[in-house]
Design a protein around this ligand. Sequence first.
Ligand code: TYD
Length: 222
Amino acid sequence: MTTQTPGPFRGLFIAFEGGDGAGKSTQAAELAGALESRGLTVLRTREPGGTPIGEKLRSLVLDHGHGHIDAHTEALIFAASRAAHATQVLRPALERGEVVLTDRYVDSSVAYQGAGRHLGTEAVAGINDWATSGLQPDLTVLLDVDPADGRRRRTTGNAAEDRLESEADEFHARIRAAFLALAAARPQKYLVLAADLPVQELAVQILERVAALLALRQGSSA
Ligand code: TYD
């Protein structure tokens, strides 16, 4: 695997990860609001998507009705979307010194395609390392959700499930285990929280960790 180029990045890169229905978007919005009110420039984005080509790839891979999509094709579509996102959106924003919050990143592919689809977590990590030229988050917030709970949360109000969400609970259980294993392997780069904690409690814990990272940054650049 290539190692991450240190690069001239001054921004802070935070990824939100977790199973479907974990509440990632809510927490990303909470954090963005809190940071903006402290005067920071925040870029909120998501995967798959975040660029015009990425949004097209998103609908290809998530919408029902494109016929059978085999696991390798699926993994490469997510990686292609991510390559565009890293080059066109993430790196430029980090170079401008912004705080970048992404709803999903490489870990989603490692968990969903590597573990969920049985492609192998190392193989999927490898293609994504290539796709992003090794760009890794400074912190990943993992909202850990029980698969059955996640399904309840995301289908409340009868929202239709996309192609991946509608997979069986066993698929989602493999994904959950893979996310937890990624966090356990590099605990200093993760904040793991139970997704069923109250929204405000989660928001406070996330802000605390991010504020500490920002303080470290300011300390080291002083
Ligand atoms: P998400 O945007 O979180 O769903 P929604 O906006 O509908 O809540 O993610 C879309 C789905 O794509 C989700 O089931 C996870 C899946 N996914 C992968 O399988 N691999 C990936 O690399 C990414 C980024 C997402």
